[in-house]
Design a protein around this ligand. Structure first.
Ligand code: FE2
Length: 380
């Protein structure tokens, strides 16, 4: 008999099931207005390393894609060319601005992943498809999720090439160093009014994820604005997708602002993990990455709230890094400003020192900071 407490799962959710075993995130694809310049930005500002390229020079006529990698994080930056085959991408760009189209998941069997999820109600995006080149073959398939976002399932056990059939190695001489980003900790989706439970249920029933944490509008509200969130995670915990929806407040929720500018639901932020947040954030700042401002008063209360930590408080304050503690340890986190013209997608940098939570103790300060940004944009 085990006496380990098992966390209770709300009744509407089934336990996580493993009909969809996921090894991790395969890659994340952004549709952007100018992939050449976006690649320069992600190399220069975030230290992503060049990996692969597809475009006119490699026989691709409808789009240009740059693939970059840092640690286990692989991103694709894709721009449509003027070609009928890339109409979907052009439409995505006009409707949403720069943003994430695909969150691709690494699986052992892309055919089975597609069958199991579509059988449970997922809308197919791409039926299982094989792509081959001299380095082997990749099988991939895909389903729709919130808004125009999709999940691809990528099976690459029979592929030894640099990234994916159709891509060539991209090895420019310009290679700014990495900043210590290691893997994707979680990726957050913003959905519309009253849709959080619909999508939480989708991840539970269609993908076998469990609801590991719920934040209601009392957890996540300031004097003016509010939101609600459910964190969904797969069986091995490698994939975590919090789903946010706006909640009523005196002023406009940041989720509503996102949906207005993104023109629908979409990916709000990607949290990337580092083992040394002080070094990573110092480096990102020196390269021009802009972060949300956290007021000095936050740090006056910090020691009382989180107790003893390894990091120097003055350094955290100078860099604007926030700290939160839970039963298992603490975490350090910081949020960038949106990384494109529209106030939509941004990054979180996170370092976990035991804590498995999401920084609830920082929500107040964080959302007040976002409200200050909203006020400056005239969208509060
Ligand atoms: Fe986050």
């Amino acid at each position: 008999m085990s006496n380990i407490a098992i966390p209770t799962v709300p009744k509407i959710f089934k336990e996580a099931e493993d009909f969809l075993p996921l090894f991790g995130t395969d890659h994340v694809e952004f549709i952007v207005g100018n992939s050449k310049q976006a690649a320069y930005y992600y190399q220069t500002a975030f230290g992503f390393q060049p990996l692969a390229y597809a475009g006119l020079e490699t026989g691709i006529r409808d789009r240009t894609s740059y693939v970059l990698r840092q640690g286990k994080i692989t991103i694709i930056l894709t721009s449509p060319l003027n070609h009928p085959d890339s109409k979907e991408l052009s439409d995505h760009l006009i409707k949403h601005g720069d943003g994430i189209k695909s969150i691709a998941l690494w699986v052992d069997d892309a055919t089975k992943a597609w069958e199991e999820t579509t059988k449970r109600g997922a809308k197919s995006y791409i039926a299982p498809t094989v792509r081959e080149d001299q380095d082997g073959k990749v099988v991939y398939s895909g389903i729709h999720t919130y808004g125009d976002t999709v999940h691809l399932f990528v099976e690459r056990k029979n592929y030894n090439g640099v990234f994916f059939p159709g891509y060539q190695a991209w090895n420019p001489s310009y290679k700014p160093s990495e900043v210590g980003l290691r893997y994707i900790d979680h990726m957050v989706g913003n959905v519309g009014w009253g849709e959080m439970n619909t999508w939480a249920k989708f991840y539970n029933e269609v993908m076998g994820f469990a609801n590991i944490i719920t934040f209601d509008d009392k957890d996540i509200s300031t004097e003016y604005t509010a939101l609600m969130s459910k964190v969904m995670a797969n069986g091995n915990g490698r994939i975590k997708f919090p789903i946010n929806e706006p909640a009523e407040g005196k002023k406009k929720s940041q989720i509503e602002e996102y949906i207005d500018f993104y023109n629908g639901p979409g990916c709000q932020h990607m949290a990337v993990a580092t083992d040394d947040i002080v070094h990573t954030v110092g480096d990102l700042k020196s390269r021009g990455v802009e972060f949300l401002y956290i007021p000095d008063e936050y740090y006056e209360l910090l020691f009382r709230r989180v107790g003893k930590i390894d990091e120097d408080l003055e350094t955290l304050k100078r860099l604007g890094i926030m700290v939160d503690r839970d039963d298992e340890g603490y975490l350090l986190q910081i949020f960038t400003k949106p990384v494109q013209d529209r106030p939509t997608f941004f990054f979180e940098i996170i370092q976990r020192k035991g804590a498995k939570s999401f920084g609830k103790g920082n929500f107040q300060a964080l959302f007040e900071s976002i409200e200050a940004e909203q006020a400056r944009r005239g969208t509060l």
